[in-house]
Design a protein around this ligand. Structure first.
Ligand SMILES: [Zn+2]
Length: 340
């Protein structure tokens, strides 16, 4: 009886081992047959009760089966471990010949690119790059530039007044005066810097923006001289021949004053929506330095002549890169910025 039981037991265990998929399952089956209270263990424990001849015969078979099954369990356990290892290897496989991932490299903001280009062009024409304070005295921002307190022109600049008695400069032109106070002509400078005006934001206005002022002072300086330099600048900045014109305008600190317009970069002057069908785009204000500005800068007006201009950095950047909304420049939107 017991011998037949051992044979069927062997077949049963072999079948169960074959189906096993995990080490946990295998362990369960091991305990079921070979554990402390396992089926085969109980058979071995019950041998004592048998007659001697039977006990030797079944005892040998049972022990052989025990050794055989242990080996089977061992074999299966090894198989499962190998499979786990293989799966892990596939998952964590490292291809040392694969090309590396390119790290994303940052780049300069379009306003910075345009500012550097402007500086580079003017420096090559003998101009120095000069800076001044963003918090400014009213004197430098207005009075010294021939805009006295009661002058209606002062209303044209919506100014931020600070508690410390200073203002946020509304243009970089005050640096003209600061520079002329300390440096004797002849001089050629450009002044890039942040400016602030209390204005509502729209597609072409920001309350803080960058201006690039330019100033050239010498014994004999004329509008013709100004035209030559600014023409060269446009050509190199926009990297093409750009027609430009000067239109009479009014600024308190220059006399005569003019608006600089360039032929539309979109339509080339034929007329389109970007230039409101005029064929021209206004890019800057300029003029010959007013005698009062020289006087306020401690220079003798009859000794010197000079011209000055004020470009909007955002305006030039937008024209160069064909950007239609000024707000994009400060949006921090990478989809926009990554195009530069
Ligand atoms: Zn146009």
């Amino acid at each position: 009886m017991a011998e037949i039981n051992l044979k069927t037991l062997k077949i049963r265990v072999e079948k169960e081992i074959e189906k096993v998929k995990s080490l946990e399952e295998l362990n369960e089956i091991f305990n079921k047959y070979l554990g402390k209270k396992g089926e085969l263990t109980l058979v071995l424990h019950s041998l004592e009760k048998l007659p001697k001849a039977k006990r030797i015969q079944i005892g040998r078979s049972a022990n052989e089966l025990k050794i055989f099954l242990r080996a089977e369990f061992e074999k299966k356990s090894k198989e499962i471990k190998e499979e786990i290892h293989k799966a892990l290897e596939e998952k964590e496989w490292l291809d040392i010949t694969a090309p590396g991932k390119r790290p994303s490299v940052g780049h300069l903001h379009p306003l910075t690119l345009a500012k550097r280009k402007i500086e580079e062009i003017f420096q090559s024409m003998g101009f120095s790059v000069v800076e001044g304070p963003s918090m400014e005295k009213e004197w430098y921002n207005f009075d010294a530039l021939n805009i006295p307190k009661d002058h209606p022109a002062r209303d044209a600049w919506d100014t931020f007044y600070l508690k410390n008695g200073l203002i946020l400069r509304t243009h970089t032109t005050p640096v003209d005066v600061r520079y002329m106070e300390k440096n004797n002509p002849p001089l050629r400078i450009i002044i890039p810097g942040a400016c602030f005006r209390h204005e509502a934001t729209d597609a072409s206005h920001e309350s803080d923006f960058y201006q690039v002022d330019g100033l050239m002072v010498d014994k004999k300086i004329s509008v013709a001289n100004f035209k030559a330099i600014v023409g060269e600048f446009f050509k190199r900045f926009f990297e093409k021949d750009v027609k430009f014109r000067l239109k009479p305008d009014f600024f308190p600190f220059t006399e005569p004053s003019f608006d600089i317009g360039i032929s539309c970069l979109v339509c080339g002057g034929k007329g389109c929506s970007a230039c409101k069908n005029s064929g021209w785009m206004e890019v800057a204000g300029a003029g010959m330095v007013h005698p009062n500005v020289f006087k306020n800068s401690k220079l003798i007006p009859r000794d010197w002549q000079g011209w000055a201009f004020g470009f909007g950095l955002e305006r030039l950047t937008m024209l160069k890169y064909k950007i239609n909304d000024i707000r994009l420049l400060r949006s921090g939107d990478l989809r926009f910025l990554n195009q530069f």
